[in-house]
Structure formats: structure tokens, C-alpha cells
Write a protein that binds this ligand. Structure first.
Ligand code: PMP
Length: 405
């Protein structure tokens, strides 16, 4: 039984007010709020276990190492990876993509080789590749979308050539909410002998992800978008691929032996984890994943689907409403504009009513160009949002609309 009131009690911030109004937090696509158990995992570890990991013989260091490595196992189970060697801790989605872009381009690509991305990518999955394009002369090819915000899979097929070395696409759009058919996208790429990176930033908090079932070569996500702490994220990579890629950064932890003549590198996943990891953050991330697992990702998905369906119906009834993203399969994100009201004005006035939404281009400027707009207002739901909050959003939008009428 999905007891929303009980769930909300786990998130202290949800009972605060802003401008004297109850907070209605609908910016979960940007970051999620944290349950008490996640925050307590951070303070508990600082208060009672804090010590650097992997290199201490002393009790605390071993205890901290055990927590850190147990967290890796929690992540492994959460996404059903084969082995913890395939779970690299990073600072987040952005760093995970940059790690792959840099090391993959260096070791697997030559000038003129191509990476396929899509028209709905977040800047982190565009600019990371553009940096490599500038450095190595690699080329970006782009899967187009239709007006409903769905990838054109026939066009995708046509983009493959013998120069295609990687496909890198998002699982769920942070603007349109589109859930891309990544299993099919991966199968198509594999039929051409090409590996695939999936940006899971917007999928991991909302839908069951099984990297083996998807057959993803790389899958990346951020802890802070799944009720975990900021500053910690995950790069999943198939062992065979991670083995082939060179280290990303140099430093402690990632080496086996160092001399001025020759340095040998550590085994996976440590080869990619230079320096002291955020071992407190990883423990807290594991707590967040445990929290999500206890509620059940399928129960969360059902709740959010109901909420989104309800919200879409409510918002569509508002005169002048334009919703961007009408894919057959969509997640808990609604981007919209009303009449000629600038998204910034809408967002600012909603904020005065206690409603937190995102406005602007959502780090997806090429997608904005494709849709012929500068930005949208975006409401994105999490596991703790309610129908009453959707009602308040709809009433808020109507109120702002009347002000501009
Ligand atoms: N990809 C997508 C689809 C996103 O929504 C985001 C965050 N808005 C990112 C990548 C980047 O995530 P982070 O800033 O946590 O690295």
C-alpha cells in the first residue's frame, strides 16, 4: 500500500513553507528532496565512522571501506549489473558521460569517426562529445524527433556507417518526458557492432532499470536525482568495455605501482576512481536506493504515472495551454507554455504561491530550437507528490493566466 502521507513524513523539507505558503515542490527533474534516512546516513558516518577508505589498516578505515564497497554492491543490485567491477563511482551523470567521452574518443576513435546522439539530449550529452570533436575531429550525428517528441527510429537506422563508433542517448527526456525505446535502440546499434551509452539521469528514479536486460554498454546516472546526495553518481560499464578504456584521471587509488619510469593501473573499477572517493556520499546513495527499493520502483512508477495522467488532463483544460512532449510512452515531466506568458514570469509568479517549477531551456537548447521556442515551464514529479499539489499547480497557472489576460 502506497501511503503517501507516511512517505511525505520521511521528507522533512516537504513540511516547510515559502512566502508563508506550504511548499509544493515540482522540480524533481532538477533534483529530488532527501528522506531523513539519507541525511542521517551522512551525519552518522561523519560522527562515528569517518576515515579514508581502501588504504588504512586501522579499524575505522576498514569500517568506512566496508560501507563504501557495500554501497557499490547496492548499486550493482539496483541496476542488476553482473559485477561490482562494472560500477564506477563518479560525481554524477555529467562526469560519467565526460569520462566515457574522453577515454572512448582517445582509445577507440579517429578523426572523422562518428557518435550518434539525439535531438533531445541534455547539454551534458552534447557538449562532452563536442569537446572531443574539437580535440580529435570526431563527428556528431543527430537522431531527429517528430512533433510529439519521439525519436524517428527509421532515421536513426540510416545514420549508421562504418564510421559510427558509439551511440549515446537519453533514456528519458528531461524536457519532453519521452521514454525512449532504449532496448530497441541498443539492439539496432549492436546489429551494427556499435556500443551504446544510456543517460539514465531522468529514468533511474522512475522506472526499473536492468542493464543486462537492456544490454547497455554504459549506463550513467546521478545520485541527487534519486533522493540521494549531491556530488555522487554512477557509471555502469560492461567489464569488457571498461577494460578497453584508459584511465580518465591520474592519482591515488587508481594505480597498482608507481615509479618515475612506469606506472601500472589498478583493477576495475578503481582504475577510474582517482583520489579519495566521496565515501560518505556513496553510503548515502545506497541508503536512497534502499529507500526506493523498499517502496518498490514499480509502485513509485504507478503512483507517478497516475499523477502525470491526472496532471496532463488538468493542465490541458486550461485555456491557451501548450504542452511539449506527447510521446506514447512518457515519464513524470510536463513542459508547457500558456498563451504568450513568458516562462520566467509564469515560474516567478508560481513561486510566490509556493510552487517550485523550473523555467528556461532546461540545458537542452538544441531541443528548444527544434521546437521553435526559447524555453518552457516544467513541472516534474517525484514519489512524494500528490493530486492536491497538482490541483494547486493548475489553480496557480489559472490565476497567473488571469493576471495576464
Ligand atoms: N542528463 C539529463 C537527461 C539530465 O536531466 C541531467 C540533469 N538535469 C543531466 C544529464 C546532468 O546531470 P548532473 O547535473 O547531475 O550531472
Amino acid at each position: 500500500m502506497y501511503d503517501i502521507n507516511k512517505i511525505r513524513e520521511d521528507f522533512p523539507i516537504l513540511s516547510r513553507t515559502v512566502y508563508g505558503k506550504p511548499l509544493i515542490y515540482l522540480d524533481n527533474g532538477a533534483t529530488t528532496q532527501k528522506p531523513r534516512c539519507v541525511v542521517e546516513a551522512i551525519t552518522d558516518e561523519y560522527y562515528s565512522v569517518n576515515a579514508n577508505v581502501h588504504r588504512g589498516v586501522h579499524f575505522l578505515s576498514q569500517q568506512a571501506t566496508n560501507l563504501h564497497e557495500a554501497s557499490r554492491e547496492t548499486v550493482r543490485q539496483f541496476i542488476n549489473a553482473r559485477s561490482t567491477a562494472e560500477i564506477v563511482f563518479t560525481r554524477g551523470t555529467t562526469e560519467s558521460i565526460n569520462l566515457v567521452a574522453s577515454t572512448f574518443a582517445d582509445s577507440q576513435m579517429k578523426a572523422g569517426d562518428e557518435v550518434i546522439v539525439s535531438a533531445m539530449e541534455h547539454h551534458s550529452n552534447i557538449v562532452s562529445w563536442q569537446l572531443q570533436a574539437a580535440r580529435k575531429g570526431i563527428v556528431l550525428r543527430v537522431i531527429p524527433i517528430n512533433d510529439r517528441g519521439e525519436l524517428l527510429l527509421d532515421e536513426y537506422e540510416k545514420l549508421f556507417s562504418e564510421r559510427t563508433k558509439l551511440v549515446s542517448v537519453t533514456h528519458v527526456s528531461n524536457v519532453l518526458g519521452t521514454v525512449n525505446p532504449v532496448k530497441d535502440i541498443i539492439a539496432t546499434a549492436h546489429a551494427h557492432g556499435v556500443p551504446v551509452l544510456i543517460d539514465g539521469a531522468q529514468s533511474i528514479p522512475h522506472i526499473k532499470v536492468d542493464v543486462q536486460d537492456l544490454d547497455a554498454d554504459f549506463y550513467v546516472f546521478s545520485g541527487h536525482k534519486i533522493y540521494g546526495p549531491t556530488g555522487v553518481g554512477v557509471l555502469y560499464g560492461k567489464e569488457e568495455w571498461l577494460d578497453r578504456l584508459p584511465p580518465y584521471q591520474g592519482g591515488g587509488e587508481m594505480i597498482k605501482n608507481v615509479s618515475f619510469e612506469k606506472t601500472t593501473f589498478n583493477e576495475l573499477p578503481f582504475k577510474f576512481e582517482a583520489g579519495t572517493p566521496d565515501y560518505i556520499g556513496t553510503t548515502a546513495l545506497a541508503k536512497a536506493l534502499d529507500y526506493v527499493s523498499a517502496l518498490g520502483i514499480d509502485a513509485i512508477a504507478r503512483h507517478e504515472h497516475e499523477l502525470t495522467t491526472y496532471a496532463l488532463a488538468r493542465l490541458k483544460a486550461i485555456p491557451g495551454m501548450r504542452i511539449f512532449g506527447e510521446a506514447a510512452e512518457r515519464g513524470a515531466v510536463i513542459s508547457f507554455l500558456v498563451g504568450n506568458i513568458h516562462p520566467f514570469d509564469m515560474g516567478t509568479l508560481l513561486d510566490r504561491l509556493g510552487i517550485a517549477v523550473r523555467t528556461g531551456h532546461h540545458c537542452a537548447e538544441p531541443l528548444m530550437h527544434r521546437m521553435g521556442i526559447e524555453g518552457t515551464v516544467r513541472a516534474s514529479f517525484g514519489l512524494y507528490n500528490t493530486k492536491e499539489e497538482v490541483d494547486a499547480l493548475a489553480a496557480g497557472i489559472e490565476r497567473v493566466s488571469r493576471m495576464f489576460a
